[in-house]
Design a protein around this ligand. Structure first.
Ligand code: GDG
Length: 726
């Protein structure tokens, strides 16, 4: 393992701990899980004295400790019965599992599942926050915990968080069927690194981030920018403990050499694994080729899984019946074609089965990776067998020399089986040598090393948006049309500063804005929460339209000056409210009076006072009959007259271009504030809107995210230089 990967400690979050706890006759019994991932993470967690947080599989009583000595810390996270039902069986296995495997029709939807999923994910995040030291890498595993990083990022803005998904990431068209698609995506994108098994899943995730969240995506570097942060995405195909499987295969006792050739299937009993389809293909082979009767057997191991769930019970029944039918149809008094075992077998027995099988039939309808294919290959230490592999398993992306099949195509699978059973030794050897060489080289430790190295290397930052980005987002939309450009001021055209009067344009921003204003085919409106007078003074440019006080007051070339008729009634009340708020007397808190509205600023107050000040201000504002609205370290009080930045934008375009404005012009809006969301909402589907900065967890109605004030300047420069219409 590289030096880099060894640095710092590691906190692992996964649904299950690497041990299973049972309560037998009142006492806790603990059994270590034997999965490959556990064996891979074990040594590194020991070495760095890490922690593994997960559900022990049974509820521990308060103060009850795990009766298990581990070289690293195991942190059990209890789940209530309700949480097991809704978070685990419900949202994880009933909603995300089928959807991510592209079986949307099997997806169950229940708001209680989602609520519990959120709550459990938050608890995982809080446990990690309690345990992790500042420089620790927090590594979240799998689809049960897609939301944990969202909460963790709030608690620890600077934490190093990585995620690995063990199942497929579905294509955009499938993923967006999920009612909580954006939430799941935003949770993932609060990580620094998101690892997937295959390049195809990486493409899917990038597509979804771009199309569902309006994130900026760099497809050559596999990076996503959202909320001012860059997220690295990568394909890290999981490998296996090759030597372990090879060694067990060498040691496993010789079985009596069977009279028949063996075709082997090993799976958890799951509808994604394509077991019925596989049995149909086997039956088809026997139907087509009588010569195989009494000469081949299908050994199918189906490990019981999620057996409390009705769907899985139904599947078991279906397979039982199918096996019965096929055996009934073909069996003779000395031969049974399908040997079906509904249980798991010991690792030693599995090693012998793998080694001695002539063909491994690995035909999932969809699979994140599929380790059985790799384990079979590692176990081929004697006469080489043939791997028939579903092209819909992640493993197919790198196991080129397998015989790849469409698992739904029964005829094709039967054909591939025939080819496998008749393949000569030279070809079997060529294919198996190539497969084994690759799996030996890219084994489990290699995977771990490359993932940890990526997770721990320096922070990724995508370069600023370029002309090419703006071209791709806007050129076709504008297509030479007249443009109405709306811009918020603070945080959009100038960085947020301590005191509003210090928020000045940079000279380059001023130049870019002035260039836009000069164009005949562009009119610019600044929409601000500041008073009209204030924002006009700050911007100080001719030919610009201004909407102050969140649009209650508007003035601009060729427009009738506008003041909302109800606003004037609130001026006196706002003054009175300002007086009351002034009595809070917390150092660093001050009130900005803006006629019918006001803003309480608390950025300069001690940080530990922020929450209390904000709460108090909100309460006072509400008592006075105004609407409180959170801004950057400030609370705005707005008169309750149902008028916001969205109304202001529509007022301007209608007044200037008439009722059919949408046919005549294009609208672009950029803003960084929650109050800009009203404009994003009003323009949804009618214009292109940009949310500046923010965070990945923030939900926005904007079409796209851009990271900062500098990128707004780049946008303005691009707009100023765009080609003119005819
Ligand atoms: C998920 C993804 C991805 C099976 N039967 C026995 C037994 N096994 C072991 C196999 C293998 C494991 O179970 C199954 O792994 P898969 O990868 O095939 O499938 P899932 O359980 O669905 O795993 C999958 C994986 O996560 C890792 O990221 O590849 O795509 O769905 O290791 O050996 N082991 C023993 N007896 C059995 O009877 N001892």
């Amino acid at each position: 393992m590289s030096e880099q990967a060894r640095q710092n400690s590691l906190v692992v979050l996964s649904n299950r701990l690497p041990v299973t706890v049972r309560r037998a006759r009142g006492r806790l019994e603990v059994e270590r899980s034997s999965g490959g991932l556990v064996s891979a993470l074990d040594p590194i967690l020991q070495e760095v004295e890490g922690t593994w947080i997960g559900w022990p599989g049974t509820s521990l009583r308060p103060k009850e400790r795990l009766p298990f000595r581990s070289a690293y810390r195991l942190e059990p996270l209890n789940l209530t019965r309700n949480e097991v039902r809704h978070y685990y069986h419900g949202f994880s296995n009933g909603t995300l599992w089928p959807l991510f495997h592209s079986f949307p029709e099997r997806m169950r939807l229940d708001r209680r599942d989602w609520n519990n999923y959120e709550a459990v994910n938050e608890r995982f995040a809080e446990a990690a926050d309690r345990i992790a030291k500042p420089d620790d890498l927090i590594w979240i595993h799998d689809y049960h915990l897609t939301r944990a990083a969202g909460r963790l990022r709030q608690l620890r803005p600077a934490a190093r968080i990585a995620f690995f998904l063990h199942i497929p990431f579905p294509p955009y068209d499938v993923f967006r069927i999920l009612p909580w698609d954006r939430e799941v995506l935003r949770g993932l994108l609060c990580c620094d690194l998101v690892g997937l098994h295959c390049g195809g899943y990486v493409t899917n995730l990038l597509d979804c981030a771009e199309r569902l969240l309006g994130a900026r995506v760099d497809r050559s570097a596999n990076q996503i920018e959202l909320g001012g942060r860059t997220i690295q995405v990568g394909a890290f195909p999981l490998g296996i403990d090759f030597e372990g499987f090879e060694g067990r295969a060498r040691l496993a006792p010789e079985a009596q050499s069977p009279a028949e050739k063996v075709i082997l299937g090993v799976d958890r009993l799951d509808y994604t694994k394509g077991i019925p389809e596989r049995i149909h293909a086997f039956a088809e082979l026997l139907e087509r080729h009588r010569e195989y009767r009494e000469r081949i057997v299908l050994v199918q191991i189906a490990v019981p899984s999620r057996s409390q769930v009705t769907e899985y019970q139904d599947l078991k029944r279906e397979i039982d019946e199918l096996v019965g039918r096929v055996n009934g149809r073909f069996a003779t008094h000395r031969w049974t074609p399908i040997h079906y075992l509904y249980r798991s077998v010991s690792p030693e027995r599995l090693a012998a089965l793998y080694r001695d099988a002539d063909v491994a039939l690995v035909t999932p309808l969809r699979d994140g990776m599929n380790l059985v294919a790799k384990e079979y290959v590692a176990s081929q230490v004697a006469d080489p067998g043939v791997l028939v592999l579903s092209r819909l398993a992640g493993a197919a992306e790198t196991m080129y020399e397998s015989l790849q099949v469409n698992p739904y195509n029964v005829d094709a699978v039967a054909g591939a089986l025939h080819r496998a059973l008749t393949m000569d030794l030279a070809e079997r050897t060529d294919r198996m040598v190539a497969l084994r060489t690759r799996e030996r080289r890219f084994n489990l430790l290699g995977w771990l090393d490359s993932f940890l190295e990526a997770a721990r290397s320096s922070h990724y930052t995508m370069g600023p948006p370029t002309d090419r980005d703006f071209e791709a987002w806007l050129a076709r939309f504008l297509n030479g049309r007249q443009l109405a450009l709306f811009l918020d001021y603070d945080g959009t055209l100038t960085p947020i500063v301590e005191r509003p009067e210090e928020a000045r344009f940079s000279s380059s921003m001023r130049a870019a804005l002035a260039d836009c204003v000069r164009r005949r085919d562009t009119d610019v409106t600044i929409v601000s929460g500041r008073s009209l007078e204030d924002v006009m003074k700050m911007v100080d440019l001719k030919g610009v339209t201004f909407a102050g006080n969140h649009g209650l007051e508007i003035t601009g070339p060729g427009l009738e000056p506008f003041v909302h008729e109800d606003a004037v009634h609130f001026t006196d009340r706002a003054r009175e409210l300002a007086r009351r708020l002034g009595r809070m007397r917390t150092p660093g808190v001050w009130v900005e009076e803006k006629g019918p509205s006001l803003t309480v600023h608390y950025r300069s107050a001690p940080v530990e006072q922020h929450a209390r000040v904000a709460e108090l201000a909100r309460a006072r504002i509400q008592e006075a009959g105004f609407q409180p609205r959170d801004a950057h370290c400030a609370i705005e009080a707005r008169p309750p007259i149902g008028w916001d930045k969205g109304h202001a934008v529509l007022h301007v375009v209608r007044a200037r271009y008439g009722q059919n404005w949408s046919e005549r012009i294009r609208v672009i809006y950029a803003g960084d504030d929650d109050t800009d969301e009203d404009a994003f909402n009003a323009l949804a589907g009618m214009g292109i809107t940009f949310r500046v900065a923010g965070s990945a967890e923030m939900s926005t109605r904007a079409t796209r995210h851009i990271p900062n004030v500098e990128s707004v300047e780049a946008l303005l420069r691009w707009l100023a230089q765009r080609p003119e219409g005819e």
